[in-house]
Ligand binder design. Structure first.
Ligand code: PXL
Length: 267
């Protein structure tokens, strides 16, 4: 059994971040420990969430774990709420050398989420040299690299995005949420040696929180011995099944619970 640390917010309502990572990683047979960066009444897709930031406490938690000899096989990082929090998470990562998976959550559909600033993007770029794999969607990859966002593009656009993500210091990159055509969706992978793309059937439905499902399933599959591209293919299939299972575009997030047994069966 692997021991994973998931660093992201605890949004109390609306499936995303920790409320997705915990069940998915547990269902894949891993121990999932958590470092909640903030506690929010809902994710920011609901108007006016209440919240408590835990930024100032993060290094203390990490220090306590290190002093007790606690270690992790992998760390995953998801949504972070401000540049100071991104820097604090950088300090935490430095205390635990292991494989790190970074989902640089910034926005979607060509737009940044409401609270994301240029300083936040700059701070996230500084985490890249610590990452085994970064998992941005196309919007995030564009904002991080400075290339213009393109909703539909030929493969060379993603090759260019991936090369720029690697030049920020990540060991490998999986660009997610690529609309290849009206009927196909998928991802683009590069580790500087191999480039691979994945195309699966597209479910035409907007669904909040799918990136968090993808990151958790990819991490879980990697820790069960799959390569990053094989883990990403499994994660993409899992996300598709979850979206198909979600009746309508809802801020409550993708209905993943009935698909957890499928995930276990793939391992
Ligand atoms: O799903 C990404 C995410 C996670 N956590 C919070 C968010 C978002 C996306 O908006 O607001 C709090």
């Amino acid at each position: 059994m692997s021991h994973v640390l998931s660093i992201q917010d605890l949004s109390c309502v609306g499936r995303c971040s920790l409320t997705v990572a915990l069940p998915v990683l547990s269902a894949m047979g891993h121990q999932c420990s958590v470092l909640p960066t903030a506690v929010l009444s809902t994710h920011t897709g609901f108007p006016g969430p209440e919240g408590i930031s835990l930024t100032g406490h993060l290094p203390d938690f990490a220090r306590h774990w290190a002093s007790r000899g606690i270690s992790f096989d992998a760390v995953t990082v998801g949504y972070l709420s401000c540049p100071e929090q991104v820097s604090a998470v950088g300090q935490v990562l430095d205390s635990f050398p292991c494989d790190r998976f970074l989902d640089p959550v910034l926005g979607d559909n060509g737009k940044l989420y409401s609270r994301i600033t240029p300083d936040h993007i700059a701070a996230l770029r500084k985490l890249f040299p610590r990452a085994k794999t970064v998992l941005p969607n196309v919007t995030e990859a564009a904002f991080l690299t400075g290339l213009p966002y393109r909703e539909r593009a030929e493969e060379s656009y993603y090759e260019d995005l991936a090369a720029r993500l690697l030049s920020l210091g990540a060991e490998s990159a999986v660009i997610t949420g690529i609309d290849w055509s009206d009927t196909e969706t998928g991802w683009y992978f590069s580790d500087g040696r191999a480039c691979l793309s994945y195309r699966g059937p597209r479910v035409p439905r907007v669904c909040h929180g799918t990136g968090d499902l993808f990151a958790a399933a990819l991490t879980g599959a990697y820790l069960r011995g799959k390569s990053i591209p094989d883990a990403a293919a499994l994660a993409a299939e899992f996300v598709r099944l979850c979206v198909e299972n979600t009746p309508e575009a809802t801020p409550m997030g993708p209905v993943f619970e009935p698909v957890l047994p499928w995930l276990w069966q793939q391992l």
